[in-house]
Design a protein around this ligand. Sequence first.
Ligand code: NAD
Length: 411
Amino acid sequence: MESAISPFLHPALDRLGISDEMRHLMITPYREIKFGLPLACHQGGLKLYTGYRVQHNHSRGPFKGGLRFHADVNLPHFRDLASVMTWKCALVDLPFGGAKGGINCNPHELTCSELEVLTKRFVDRLDDMLGPDRDIPAPDMGTSPREMAWIMEAHSKDHGYEPGIVTGKPLQLAGSAGRLAATGRGVALVTRWACENLGIDLQDARIAIQGFGNVGSHAAKILHEFGAKIVAISNRHGGFYQGSGLDIPGIIKLRNEADDDPALQQIDFSAEEISNEELLALDVDILIPAAIEATIHQDNVNQVRAQMIVEAANLPVTAEADAALQERNIPVIPDLLANAGGVTVSYLEWVQNRQRYCWKESEVNNKLETTLHNAWKQMSESAQSMGISRREAAYTIGTRRVKEAIELRGF
Ligand code: NAD
């Protein structure tokens, strides 16, 4: 499978003027783990799933990255996502490396107790390769604070109380205030700074969001609070459009009362039904892909009519589509920064866990905003001074910091 990240990464590595060996070292994961996960199903019979963890780089701190439960995951996919985490943590200047992993299951088809068994078995298999100073998982697509609590419990069997083993935990279990909304909050903040920079009035802006899970719904909620009009949302079942703006708090309330990811059509509100493809082609000011990878690609990029794209998902715009958008002068705010709010508050959760301390939500949100704004300024200034795109600037800063850490530590 072709690597989705290579076309973004190589130009930044070229700028570092490094040897081929150093380039190879920076691209190659430190370790890749793939293992079978048997599950005795409640309805009888045995199912065999595959667990993955790719630990990409830990020069700047312990491996850090989400766990995804989704039927379509595979090793090359996690290799790309782990690499993204390395450059993202370096760009935001967090003392973490990059990792990613998960299980090739459809969580919507498993019972709660089957998921618990599978999650705890996943932790057992990885054993000492996880730990608060080694590798710290967090939620990603298909996982939530519930799975993080199971991870903490499974790890504690052999290691005692170590809440810093995992972030994104429930508040009652040493989770951090503000973590649940953090990725969406980061998306909203970065969208606001981008609007200021590009002369778009956020109060009047019309926004379409693809993906209404953790990231998409929190981004929608906070952007709605900022005064923007969210005119379209969607999830894996399809979407809705209302030109005058959707009642986001009302929809979130109804969604939470339904189940974890209901068909939006089941939610009782009056708006026009649209498909995910139609959402991407809407005439809006801002398009926020907040679902999966490669949703904007060479075959649909010419239909995009938004003035700006903010990448809430990881790698939602392919390299070919990115080039086409650059040609049309449609700015893309890259995932490395746009969705870094989650890992930033994961870092704050880890710090609180290590200190056995608990900060108020306002304190966490302030620290999040300061951290992201510093990274936003560095990325914007580099893009301007070097005459490159924001994405190129983000990769250039991230790769330079990792290279420096590798060289300082020695081989
Ligand atoms: P989630 O599981 O909570 O929600 C995913 C949403 O996307 C759901 O609404 C789902 O129905 C929808 N979806 C799935 N497949 C789709 C498709 N083909 N078309 C349209 N919608 C589809 O996941 P999440 O945590 O919100 O993550 C979303 C994205 O954000 C992922 O790319 C993830 O890697 C990235 N991300 C998440 C975090 C985090 O803290 N959760 C942090 C950084 C980046």
